[in-house]
Design a protein around this ligand. Structure first.
Ligand code: NAD
Length: 557
């Protein structure tokens, strides 16, 4: 198939789709894999807004513009195993001489010199066509739809249940804002954990998308209707989810006026971006669109003020007894800028629930069947259950996921695994490909939100015990370790999750194509990558990480 035929079938803007099956379009699986994942990120089933090349997380893009995207596709179709492609904020800028075990693609997205790292400066560069926002897995081509955050959200709600409700979320109500790409995982995660859930989003279309993917049970257009439904479900102990079309601040205010104190309150609106993400209170979506275009400064001001008001209600609910936590969108910082002096009066979810997992090198391991055949994921799920019979939590998750998770785009699975486990799983998948038990190669990656790949003082590295929250040497070391280890593509981004100026983070993806070369790369990368989390937390002084240094033979000899 020549280039123009390929584009016609798989990449005619804005209709993108990954090829499936076992036939190569690029020159090897090492370049076919990033090509398929790039197109998969933009698939209408996967991406929130393919017209703008936006995958998730506010404005997180997979490529800078349609022309840049075509150029990347062209390069990937031609690239051999002795060269690697350089991507600068979503645009191909060069090809360098490398070798077969080197990464085939090096990606740098949204990076700015620290003193210039603001949304304002970034937006200026973006308007001039010089940059794009890569979020975490959007610009690094390893987004897998809402499932990508589903297990993490499930673990977080379950951990919250353990910590505050004796392990039982039945008869408990969780309220949150934002049902977008990531936030859309909340309703399913909450009901899987046994809770009743109310999710509030200003955009009815976003809520409908969650209904059609079966992540959400009901949509309501008025507060009284939603209130009746959730109060009844909470009373009866029924784990259902309701999506209400409204402003989250207004809904929290109404709950307070009605004397309803949810058991848990959190938020996943795109608060990290006060201009293109969060929608200010009292504006319709259309009014917001117009204001954003005509008076961005005014929009930003209203947005920050609305977030201050929103967080004010969260703090009041906390005072009245709700468990309140920040869910990784930098809402507290934006509310602080909007005038809420006590914005950091509640904790982020990492110090609350996740840090002990990071000390074990655990994080959001994920894999995708490049064949496009859902049966391949079923085979990997079952192989994992057999290989880790002692990991009952993982088995429960995989069974639940098999039953309840609809695939978006290429079939994929997420499963939090730790050091040792990830290498074992990776080798297992490579063997399944080698033995022909799956119909095509599998790629293995993770979110940048991982144990040793991110510096983000309001999120992953909030309240480190040695105060090293803002030290970003760690994600750079992670990038170098994964490049040296032979990941198939690597990335370094700025601003993911929490916005410009607030985070730096690294990503990696490694291919399992059944070859001995792939096994060698997998063994190095999937061991070193979680080991970085143990190094980072050991260095900070966490006792569990210190124990893991000894257990996994990571101490200096
Ligand atoms: P998204 O842009 O796809 O969705 C955000 C949603 O918020 C949209 O549907 C929007 O309509 C809604 N919204 C905006 N203002 C609102 C308001 N005032 N009231 C009600 N709804 C409102 O973003 P996403 O991918 O779902 O990510 C959500 C946030 O979570 C982002 O800030 C992202 O950076 C962050 N994030 C968190 C994690 C995590 O692990 N916790 C991971 C990735 C991203």
């Amino acid at each position: 198939m020549n280039f123009s035929e390929f584009i016609k079938i798989y990449a005619t803007h804005p209709n993108y789709k990954s090829p499936t099956g076992n036939r190569l379009h690029a020159r090897s699986w090492q370049t076919e894999a990033p090509l398929r994942m790039l197109l998969n990120n933009l698939d209408r089933e996967v991406a929130e807004n393919p017209e703008e090349l936006v995958v998730y997380g506010g404005t997180g893009q997979a490529a800078r513009n349609p022309e840049a995207l075509l150029q990347i596709i062209k390069c990937l179709l031609q690239l051999d195993e002795h060269h690697s492609l350089l991507i600068q904020s979503g645009k191909a800028v060069g090809i360098v001489r490398t070798h077969p075990e080197a990464p085939r693609v090096f990606i740098a997205n949204s990076n700015l010199v620290p003193a210039w790292a603001t949304w304002e400066h970034f937006e200026k560069l973006k308007a001039e066509g010089l940059m794009m926002y890569g979020q975490m897995t959007a610009g690094s081509w390893i987004y897998i739809g809402s499932q990508g955050i589903l297990q993490g959200t499930f673990e977080t709600f379950a951990a919250c249940g353990e910590k505050y409700f004796k392990g039982d979320l039945k008869h408990k109500l969780i309220v949150s804002g934002g049902l977008g790409g990531m936030g859309g995982a909340q309703p399913l995660a909450a009901t899987m954990a046994g809770a009743t859930f109310l999710g509030v989003d200003v955009d009815a279309e976003r809520i409908k998308k969650r209904l059609s993917s079966r992540y959400l049970d009901h949509i309501c257009y008025t507060y009284p209707e939603a209130k009746a439904m959730i109060l009844n479900a909470k009373e009866m102990g029924i784990a259902i989810s309701v999506g209400l079309v409204a402003d989250i601040g207004d809904t929290l205010e109404q709950l307070l006026m009605d004397g309803i104190v949810p058991d848990v309150v959190t938020d996943q609106t795109s608060a990290h971006d006060p201009l293109y993400g969060y929608v200010p209170n009292n504006l319709t979506l259309n009014e917001a669109r117009l204001l954003r275009k005509n008076d961005p400064d005014k929009y930003r001001e209203l947005s920050l003020k609305s977030m201050a008001r929103h967080v004010g209600f969260m703090l009041e609910l906390q005072r009245q007894g709700s468990v309140v936590f920040d869910y990784g969108n930098n809402l507290r910082e934006m509310a602080r800028q909007g005038g809420e002096k006590n914005a950091f009066g509640f904790n982020g979810f990492i110090p609350e629930f996740i840090r002990p997992l990071f000390c074990d090198g655990k994080g959001p391991f994920r894999w995708v069947a490049l064949s496009g055949d859902p049966e391949d994921i079923r085979v990997t799920d079952h192989a994992l259950m057999e290989a880790f019979p002692e990991n009952l939590q993982m088995i429960k998750w995989l069974k639940n996921a098999e039953e309840r998770v609809e695939f978006q785009g290429l079939p994929a699975r997420i499963c939090w695994l730790g050091i040792g486990e990830r290498e074992k799983a990776g080798v297992l998948f490579n063997n399944l490909v080698k033995e022909g038990k799956v119909k095509g190669p599998i790629i293995i990656g993770r979110d940048h939100l991982d144990c040793g790949s991110v510096a983000s003082p309001n999120r992953e590295t909030e309240k480190m015990i040695d105060g090293s929250d803002a030290v970003s040497d760690w994600p750079l070391l992670n990038l170098m370790a994964n490049t040296g280890g032979g990941a198939t593509w690597v990335s370094f981004h700025h601003g993911g999750g929490v916005g410009m100026g607030y985070s730096q983070h690294a990503g990696m993806v490694v291919l399992a194509d059944g070859t001995a070369r792939a096994e060698a790369c997998i063994r190095r990368v999937l061991f070193n990558d979680p080991a970085m989390g143990i190094f980072r937390h050991n260095d900070a002084g966490y006792e569990d990480a210190r124990e893991n240094m000894k257990r996994f033979n990571l101490t200096f000899r």
